[in-house]
Design a protein around this ligand. Structure first.
Ligand code: SF4
Ligand code: SF4
Length: 294
């Protein structure tokens, strides 16, 4: 069975059948919903939005100048980025695994595809995915351009707005369809930045009970970033891929999604042994072992 299908079967099938939807999955869904709604609320409720077409920028329901709107955008943006820097440095790429809307879309597609076996439902699955991409694209569009451009704008303005909106929706849809989690594995610039920041962080995956491992290899097969979760504490390094430099440890590349722990819990559920893999705060020796062997 191809790895992608195996990943879907194990993650969305086996764990669901055994009533083992992991806490990580619940937190991930909650974080994805809350963060998407928070971003969508900005233009929808006129909390903050720009209008690069007519210059009618809005802050808290009042029309303001560009510099006022830009300041209202810049300070929180800076604050959020400082927060991201601190979080990534101390705990690693959790933002990728838990809060990234792209990751949420990709998981949505995986989940729909797993549940849709016949051609018609599979087509419907693509429609659902496209609709989700369109909604996200519409939110981003309406943050920068007012929808009035389609009614009142010149032909050129309407054309540019259509290209802007279409490229965001189509680009996101195609990226999810073609690259899926491969984007997180090698091409996401934010992910590469978080990986660099989080190389020495103090939380992640630990192969805590190797004696309980049944060597099913499923943790390797479900990892969306092609890592070897069991070798992480031994300081294993992945080859450089795309934007991700050669020599980064598996630990730095791990997006802390918890999928390996989920599947490990499922396959060892019937054994009276501890779960071999764990995600959380790591012991100091884990950190020392990350140095690349000469
Ligand atoms: S090692 Fe585990 S937590 Fe890290 S990316 Fe792979 S599956 Fe996710
Ligand atoms: S999923 Fe768990 S039991 Fe299976 S190989 Fe990985 S660590 Fe071992």
């Amino acid at each position: 069975m191809p790895v992608g299908k195996l990943r879907q079967k194990v993650l969305y099938g086996t764990s669901r059948k055994r009533g083992m939807q992991h806490l990580y999955s619940r937190i991930r869904i909650l974080v994805a919903i809350v963060s998407t709604l928070a971003v969508a609320a900005l233009p929808i409720f006129d909390i903050l939005r720009f209008d690069v077409w007519s210059g009618r920028h809005v802050l808290l329901g009042e029309q303001v100048s560009f510099s006022v709107a830009a300041k209202a955008f810049a300070y929180p943006f800076l604050g959020i980025n400082i927060g991201i820097l601190i979080v990534s440095k101390s705990v690693g790429r959790y933002l990728c695994g838990f809060a990234c809307p792209y990751g949420a879309m990709t998981r949505l597609r995986e989940w729909i595809r797993f549940r849709s076996k016949d051609p018609l439902p599979r087509l419907m699955a693509e429609v659902v995915l496209f609709t989700a991409c369109a909604l996200l694209g519409a939110v981003v569009f309406s943050f920068w351009v007012h929808w009035d451009v389609f009614m009142e704008g010149s032909s050129l303005a309407r054309l540019l707005a259509t290209v802007f909106l279409g490229s965001m929706v189509g680009g996101l849809y195609m990226l999810v369809r073609v690259l899926g989690m491969g984007f997180c594995r090698g091409w996401c610039p934010s992910g590469a930045y978080f990986a660099l920041l989080g190389a020495d962080s103090t939380t992640g995956i630990e192969f805590e009970h190797p004696e309980a491992c049944i060597e099913c290899d499923l943790c390797d097969k479900v990892c969306p970033t092609d890592l070897k979760p069991r070798e992480m504490s031994g300081g294993a390094h992945r080859e450089g891929i795309g934007l991700y430099a050669e020599g980064m440890s598996n630990f730095a590349n791990c997006i802390r999604c918890g999928d390996c722990v989920t599947v490990c819990e499922v396959v060892t559920a019937k054994n009276e042994t501890p779960v071999p893999l764990r995600m959380g705060v790591l012991p100091p020796e884990h950190r020392e072992s990350r140095e690349r062997p000469g």
